[in-house]
Design a protein around this ligand. Structure first.
Ligand code: GAF
Length: 387
């Protein structure tokens, strides 16, 4: 991780608060396959990456919460008893975590906090989940609460659900907290059981192309998708009461009970049930080191997200179409919530630069926008940097 970032965060903390902080980092994530499945009790296959939020924290003697964002160069003040939503978005990720800790009965004192990061913002790489997890981890360490890692991830998710208002699943926070170098995390969002699947293929690179757009309807459309899935489940439940999420449903049930009621909801549910199965099949591909088959499934996921789940956008579709016929790209798809952000691409290592140059040039020609490219390395999850 960039030592410069760590130093800047520490230095700013010392300058503002004249104290030596505890330093924590928490990473962003990629997701290889399994999109919009987490809040349906399904499976996901994310990994933490080598881009982080770095956070410096120290106790105060009063009940004040003093926050500073290095990237925004903004301060925000609150007290432990007045946790209102802030005019800017970034304090909410921190205050939401404070609120969740208080709800669970943890007695906090006031604190000072400075953070910065090198996770591209608005790119769908979960900089917000990383901030929530860094905050939860930091407060847990600072006050010695002894909260387990899974609960820290759940606290981050609850902060996002309840304080920020995005009804996300657990994938992003889980990946940030549980990341391991060169390992994908196969997470079962029904019971939070998980296993690591090695991903250390020297011949392949994970390349992200950032559309550099974030369409404004993203969070309302996200919550709407979730409601549509829940509605689909309720239709199936009338006949099969044991089905409590799309994880339990079959394509046949979706066909039979959802399609006649609502075509749009049918499309949403069909995509999710097929995607959960696709992830299972993709994990078998990985066990056989069959990255060609894995890559094909990534393209299938994109088609489902584009046409059935309808969370893609023109810029994401352009980026996927640009690599579709390139032999050096095994698979590509939009990643994360959608409506902007990044595509994730599996690229032959020795062709990486050529692919990046071509895609960036053609994307500019087709959209008048400049795509940013990142090579993501799979890295360790949330950790203390110093004591
Ligand atoms: C966003 C959410 F935060 C995740 O929980 C997940 O649903 C993802 O979109 C889509 O797979 O990143």
């Amino acid at each position: 991780m960039a030592v410069v970032l760590q130093d800047s965060v520490r230095t700013k903390f010392q300058e503002l608060f004249n104290d030596t902080p505890l330093l924590i980092r928490s990473p962003g994530r990629v997701n290889l396959i399994g999109e919009h499945t987490d809040y349906n009790g399904g499976l996901v296959l994310p990994a933490a990456i080598d881009k982080n939020i770095v956070l410096a924290i120290g106790k105060r003697d009063d009940d004040s919460v003093q926050l500073y964002s290095l990237d925004q160069q903004q301060t925000h003040q609150a007290t432990l008893h007045t946790l209102d939503r802030a005019p800017q978005l970034w304090p909410d990720y921190i205050l939401g975590v404070v609120q969740q800790l208080q709800k669970r009965g943890f007695a906090l004192q006031g604190f000072n906090l400075v953070f910065g990061g090198d996770i591209p913002q608005g790119a769908g790489l979960s900089s917000s989940a990383a901030l929530e997890c860094a905050t939860a981890f930091a407060l847990n360490e600072l006050f010695g609460f002894g909260i387990a890692r899974l609960d820290l991830a759940l606290i981050g998710q609850a902060a996002e659900n309840e304080f920020v208002g995005v009804k996300c699943g657990l994938m992003d926070q889980f990946a940030s907290v549980f990341g391991q170098a060169q390992q994908l995390i196969k997470l079962d969002c029904r019971d939070f059981s998980y296993e690591y699947i090695p991903f250390n293929t020297p011949d392949l690179r994970i390349v992200l192309f950032d559309t550099q757009v974030k369409h404004s309807l993203a969070s309302s459309a996200y919550n709407e998708r979730r409601e549509q899935c829940e509605y689909g489940v309720s239709l199936i439940q009338r006949h099969h009461p044991q089905v409590t999420s799309l994880r339990d449903a079959t394509l046949e049930q979706v066909e039979r009970y959802v399609k006649p009621e609502n075509e749009v909801v049918y499309n949403r549910c069909h995509y999710v049930v097929a995607e959960i199965q696709r992830l299972q099949d993709a994990c078998e591909d990985l066990r056989r080191d069959d990255f060609v088959a894995f890559g094909k499934r990534m393209f299938e996921t994109h088609a489902g997200l584009q046409h059935q789940y309808e969370v893609s956008c023109a810029e994401l579709d352009v980026l996927v179409d640009l690599v579709r016929d390139d032999d050096a790209v095994l698979g590509a798809r939009m990643m994360g919530g959608g409506f902007g952000g990044c595509t994730i691409n599996l690229v032959k290592a020795d062709q990486t630069q050529r692919v990046i140059d071509t895609v960036v040039r053609l994307y500019a020609e087709k959209t008048d926008k400049h795509a940013q490219a990142y090579v993501a390395n799979i890295a360790e999850g949330t950790a203390i940097i110093n004591h």
